[in-house]
Design a protein around this ligand. Structure first.
Ligand code: UFG
Length: 329
C-alpha cells in the first residue's frame, strides 16, 4: 500500500468517506480540492490543499510537496440534470481536470490512479444486470465526460505506462456508520436525502418521478450502495495497483435493485415516519432500471458489499432531519 495518496475531491461526499478508510488502512490522504462543491470541514483525515486540477503546476507541486505515491481522482461535477443545461461546465471541469491531473502525474513519475467513474457511462442498457463488457453509450453530458476520462486513462496507459482502476459506481448512498462523514449536496437532488427530509417534515413532499415505468411497481429501480462499502473498494483498488495489477474497469454496486417505492417503504420502516409523496411525470433521462453485475470487483479486488438498504437508510437518517435515529452498528 502507498503511504501517501493524493485524493482529488477529498472534501466531497464519497471522497471524504474514502479519506477515512485510507487513514484507517494506515495511509495519509492528501486532499486536493477547489471547494467548489466540497466542504473544508469534511477534510479530517489528512491535509487539505486548496487548488484546481486544471492548474497542472499546482497539482504537480502538491504531489511533490507531499511525496504522493498514487492518486484517487474523485473531483468532478456530478449532477446529471445540470450537465444537460450547462454541458460546457462539465467538459471544462471534468475533462480539463483530468488533463491537468494526468500531466502532473506524468511529470512526477506517478503511474497508479483509481478513478471515480459511473454507471452513467452505460446509458440505457439493453439487459440487466449490467456487466463491465456491455456497451458504454452514455445518454447525458455527465456520463460522456466520465467515459472520455476512461479513454484518457487507457491512452495514457499505452503512451506512458499509467495503470488505473476505473470504478463505475451505481447509486452511492448512506453515511459513515460512526457519524464522522456524511452527505451534503447543495442543491440536494438525490432520492434518499430528499425522501428522508420529506419524512422529517423539513422538506416538501417527495416527488416520485414516474410511476408508469415497466417495473413491478411502476417506479425506477436503482442499485444503492453504502458509501462506506464504496470507500473500502478504493483502498482495495490501491492495494491492487501497488501489487502490479493491470488496468481494469469495475462495477461497484450491490447487485440488488430497489425501486423508488421500496426505498420509501424502507425509510418509513426505519424512521417510523410517513414519507409524504406526490406522483409526478417521469424525469427526462432516467432509465427504468439499473443494477450491477459485481462478480468482477469480487474476483479482482475481493470486494463484497457489507451493507444493505436498511443500513444505508439508518446511517443517512441523522444527516437529513432524523437526529433521533441511532446510526452505527
Ligand atoms: N427520484 C425521485 N424523486 C426525487 C429524486 C429522485 O423519484 O426527488 C428517483 C429518480 O427518478 C431515480 C431514483 O429516484 O429513479 C434515483 O435518483 P437519484 O437522483 O438519487 O440518482 P440517479 O440514479 O439519477 O443518479 C445517480 C448518480 C449520478 C449517476 C447516475 C447514473 O447520482 O451521479 O446515478 O445513472 F450519474
Amino acid at each position: 500500500m502507498p503511504k501517501t495518496v493524493l485524493v482529488t475531491g477529498g472534501a466531497g461526499y464519497i471522497g471524504s468517506h474514502c479519506c477515512k478508510a485510507l487513514a484507517e488502512a494506515g495511509c495519509t490522504p492528501v486532499t486536493f480540492d477547489n471547494l467548489s462543491r466540497g466542504h473544508a470541514d469534511a477534510v479530517k483525515w489528512g491535509p487539505l490543499v486548496r487548488g484546481d486540477l486544471r492548474d497542472r503546476a499546482a497539482v504537480l507541486a502538491a504531489l511533490r510537496a507531499h511525496r504522493a505515491e498514487a492518486v484517487i481522482h474523485f473531483a468532478a461535477l456530478a449532477y446529471v440534470g445540470e450537465s444537460v443545461t450547462d454541458p460546457q461546465a462539465y467538459y471544462d471541469n471534468n475533462l480539463g481536470g483530468m488533463i491537468g491531473l494526468l500531466g502532473a502525474m506524468q511529470a512526477a513519475g506517478l503511474t497508479q490512479i483509481v478513478f471515480s467513474s459511473s454507471c452513467a457511462t452505460y446509458g440505457t442498457p439493453d439487459r440487466l444486470p449490467i456487466s463491465e463488457d456491455m456497451p458504454q453509450a452514455p445518454i447525458n453530458p455527465y456520463g460522456r465526460t466520465k467515459l472520455v476520462c476512461e479513454w484518457m486513462l487507457r491512452d495514457a496507459g499505452v503512451a506512458w505506462g499509467l495503470r488505473h482502476v476505473a470504478l463505475r459506481y451505481f447509486n452511492a448512498a448512506g453515511a459513515d456508520p460512526a457519524g464522522e462523514a456524511g452527505e451534503r449536496h447543495d442543491p440536494e437532488t438525490h432520492l434518499l436525502p430528499l425522501a428522508l427530509l420529506a419524512a422529517s417534515g423539513k422538506g416538501g413532499p417527495l416527488r416520485i418521478f414516474g410511476t408508469d415505468y415497466p417495473t413491478p411497481d411502476g417506479t425506477c429501480i436503482r442499485d444503492y450502495i453504502h458509501v462506506t462499502d464504496l470507500a473500502r473498494a478504493h483502498v482495495q483498488a490501491l492495494a491492487y495497483l501497488a501489487e502490479a495489477g493491470e488496468s481494469v474497469a469495475l462495477n461497484l454496486g450491490t447487485g440488488q435493485g430497489a425501486s423508488v417505492r421500496e426505498v420509501v417503504a424502507m425509510i418509513e420502516r426505519v424512521t417510523g415516519r410517513a414519507v409524504p409523496v406526490l406522483e409526478e411525470p417521469r424525469r427526462p433521462g432516467d432509465p427504468a432500471a439499473l443494477y450491477a453485475e459485481i462478480a468482477r470487483a469480487g474476483a479482482v479486488l475481493g470486494f463484497r458489499p457489507e451493507f444493505g438498504l436498511e443500513r444505508i437508510v439508518a446511517d443517512a437518517a441523522p444527516w437529513f432531519g432524523h437526529g433521533d435515529i441511532k446510526a452505527g452498528p
